[in-house]
Design a protein around this ligand. Structure first.
Ligand SMILES: [Zn+2]
Length: 147
């Protein structure tokens, strides 16, 4: 996302829209963008520096580390901030900053039930096993009582 400094008025600039997914090369690792990056940010220039803050989000498809099912996750960066010194070039590119924030907010061990939406099959199996074990514990107790 490139911004020409001359486009930024002294009172600042509000920008919102979409950009190409900045993490496309992660597809090889099972992280696939399913929508463009969305941004909603304010920009301004003051004291020889550029500042930006706002909200960015990127919808991706991840693979659950427990059940290996693919699921959709939205990487949200509600407090995206940038501050950079300006020397020389009149065009600044915010894409590397957005890319870094998205990478930082990607779950390292994605679970399909992390957002409370889905129910992880791997966990369902685990709970069912626990249930049967608890039942057999009780029946053992019942036998003890009978003696
Ligand atoms: Zn899962």
């Amino acid at each position: 996302m490139k911004v020409h400094l001359k486009q930024i008025p002294s009172e600042g600039l509000h920008l919102e829209g979409e950009e190409d997914c900045p993490i496309q090369e992660l597809e090889a690792e099972g992280i696939r963008c399913i929508a463009p990056l969305q941004y909603d940010i304010d920009l301004g220039v003051s004291g020889g520096g550029l500042w930006a803050n706002g909200f960015i989000s990127q919808r991706v498809e991840l693979r659950c580390v427990s059940c290996l099912e693919k699921f959709v996750h939205e990487v949200r960066v509600p407090a995206f901030t940038v501050h950079m010194e300006l020397h020389g070039p009149e065009m600044v590119d915010l894409t590397p900053f957005m890319r870094e924030e998205i990478l930082l907010n990607l779950p390292a061990h994605p679970h399909c039930d992390r957002d409370g939406g889905g129910i992880c099959k791997a966990k369902q199996v685990a709970t069912r096993e626990q249930g049967t074990r608890r039942k057999s514990d009780w029946s053992a107790l019942d036998k003890l009582k009978l003696k």
